[in-house]
Design a protein around this ligand. Structure first.
Ligand code: ADP
Length: 589
């Protein structure tokens, strides 16, 4: 992995550079120290030589005697053949030079830097290449009364000489260097482990790849930081996953809800909406809407709009448990919706649309039913009241008439009883269907019992009832409800079909789920325009006459509801050859 190398290399190069700079600085300092030490030493030697020369000149009065050739013996005194002695007159003429035999050929030395310095300060030094010997010399000159004595020695303070002299020191430095090299290598390696692991982790986290949070970091500070970061990341990731799951659950929940629900920001931008929401606002607005924000332009949502305007544009603060809300019902295209809007503390809000068409219709139906029932009860009650008042108001009425009125009143109470029984049965089927005991029922037995009970009434009308039901036809249901299905159908034929009528009841088909039945008579039938409404409650064909004589108008309602409770269905038609036929199914299980 190139990145791994590069990081380690960088740290390594950095440390080593710092170290080398340090070593070079130390060496440089040492060199300077050595140099000044050597120069001092040189100067001492040269000054000594100058002093010895001067003493020699003074002692033997060489200048006065003009016998400077004698100075050659100085060499023995000084004992260093490399040391060059020059004696120069005040005017710069060279009087004697230990390296040159014919001083007359030498140029004037007054302008030599060391001579100039000696002239003004008493002594002077200079390093330069000698034009006479072409060697690098260190010159030292001193001015005495009337002449200069100059000594010079070959100047050879060189780095390589120094390095030679400092060999042990340099070996020591190299060993230290190698040791530090190893140490730096060791530490950068350790550092690199943590950093590399952290980097790999960061890259994987950045790419959202699955990460094993069980990374083994070294036990140093960086490792500690690394494992803390990974731990924090692990917690974060877990919270994130939990949150995602919650969110998904919430989304799923939103989508299986029957309500349309949408959340909006305080700027009225949609945050979230389920499919029902879009579907409902499409129904309400009568357009194929795709955006939830559309509701703010629909007239039916005006109340919500005004409500939002009041709260969103104001600085009203409200406690969390008393969130402002508005709720109302609208009806559109024969459907009913309940709209609810709740504003949250951060001024975002939720709009809920509930389709209440079914319960609303049920409510209206019940309302209508109640008024129908009241109306239906009024008729027999008024009759009873009328008969009783006649008897009370006419005390002299003869016994025969009295008996007649009483029997009429009695038959009206019978009717009332019948009506109340039917209403109660219908209510039970509709609202408490689960209370009917369900078990396998042999249909043929049920029908036979009903026919037997009605035999007398059938005979009166000279009617026949033919059964074509197989013994094996068994449905899962409630026997008393199934009895009332056939009882109502046969009674209707007796009441409305006419005389000399033949009834046929048969099972004509079966499939996996159902047994199919046909009930028919060959009576007068029902006029086509009434056919679709005869299952409605209290619907009668010749209502005025029937109310007096016939049933309650609930018979076929009871039949239809009872069949639906048995997971079946019923339809009706007039037979072409005359009479009526009901086709219905009953579930096998
Ligand atoms: P009810 O309980 O008063 O008999 P139903 O709901 O059973 O009322 O019947 C509704 C109407 O349908 C009756 O008023 C009657 O006019 C008509 N009807 C029902 N069955 C027959 C039939 N077999 N032949 C002719 N008309 C019928």
């Amino acid at each position: 992995m190139p990145e791994r190398k590069s990081f380690r290399k960088k740290v390594f190069v950095y440390f080593i550079t710092v170290f080398i700079v340090f070593i070079v600085a130390v060496l440089f300092f040492q060199l300077q120290r050595e140099k000044s030490y050597k120069v001092n030493q040189l100067e001492n030697t040269l000054e000594n030589a100058t002093e010895i020369t001067r003493n020699y000149i003074e002692h033997y009065r060489l200048i006065e005697q003009n016998n400077l050739a004698k100075a050659d013996t100085l060499n023995y005194l000084i004992g260093d053949p490399n040391l060059r002695i020059t004696i120069i007159a005040r005017n710069g003429n060279v009087l004697y030079d230990s390296f040159v035999s014919d001083v007359a050929t030498m140029e004037n030395h007054l302008q030599r830097p060391e001579i100039q310095k000696a002239l003004y300060t008493g002594s002077g030094t200079n390093v330069r290449r000698s034009s006479t010997t072409n060697q690098e010399f260190y010159y030292f000159a001193k001015y005495y009364d009337g002449y200069f004595v100059r000594s010079a020695i070959i100047y050879d303070i060189k780095v390589e000489n120094l390095l030679k002299a400092e060999r042990y020191f340099i070996i020591f430095i190299v060993i230290i260097f190698l040791l530090i090299w190893l140490l730096v290598d060791f530490f950068t390696r350790k550092l690199a482990v943590s950093i590399t692991k952290l980097k790999d982790f960061a890259i994987r986290a950045g790419r959202n790849e699955p990460i094993d949070t069980d990374i083994d970091f070294p036990g140093n500070e960086l490792g500690e930081i690394g494992s803390q970061i990974v731990k924090i990341y692990g917690n974060l990731r877990k919270t994130h996953t939990d949150l995602e799951m919650e969110k998904e659950r919430f989304f799923n929940h939103m989508n299986i809800l029957n309500e349309g629900i949408s959340f909006f920001s305080s700027q009225k931008e949609k945050i979230l909406a389920n499919s029902h929401f879009i579907q409902y606002i499409s129904v309400i607005s009568h357009t194929s809407t795709v955006s939830a924000e559309h509701i703010f332009t629909i007239p039916e949502f005006k109340k919500i709009n005004n409500f939002l305007k009041n709260y969103l544009n104001s600085d009203i603060e409200f406690p969390k448990n008393e969130l402002p809300q508005i709720e109302y019902t609208i009806s559109k295209n024969e459907r009913y919706f309940k709209l609810l809007c709740i504003i949250f503390a951060d001024k975002s809000f939720e709009i809920l649309i509930t389709d209440i068409t079914r319960p609303e219709r049920r409510r209206l139906l019940k309302q209508q039913l109640t008024s129908n029932i009241a109306h239906e009860l009024k008729t027999p009650l008024a009759s009873i009241k009328g008969y009783l008042e006649t008897i009370m108001n006419n005390p002299g009425i003869d016994a025969e008439k009295q008996k007649y009125f009483i029997s009429r009143a009695h038959s009206q109470t019978e009717r009332l009883n019948l009506l109340l029984n039917d209403i109660s049965l219908l209510n039970n089927i509709e609202d408490a269907g689960e209370l009917f005991e369900i078990k396998p029922v042999v249909v043929k037995n049920i029908v036979r019992d009903v026919v037997e009970n009605l035999e007398n009434r059938l005979a009166v009308k000279n009617m026949k009832c033919k059964l074509y039901i197989d013994e094996g036809v068994v449905v899962k249901g409630n026997d008393s409800l199934l009895s009332s299905v056939f009882q109502n159908l046969i009674e209707n034929s007796i009441n409305y079909a006419g005389e000399n009528v033949t009834i046929e009841i048969k099972n004509y088909l079966e499939d996996n789920k159902y047994h199919y039945f046909s009930y028919s008579d060959d009576g007068i039938g029902i006029p086509e325009e009434h056919l679709q409404r005869i299952f409605e409650r209290f619907y009668r064909i010749d209502s005025g006459r029937m109310r007096e004589t016939g049933g309650t108008g609930l018979g076929l309602s009871i039949v239809k509801n009872a069949i639906q409770l048995h997971k079946g269905n019923i339809t009706v038609r007039n037979k072409p050859e005359g009479g009526i036929e009901f086709l219905f199914t009953l579930a096998k299980r």
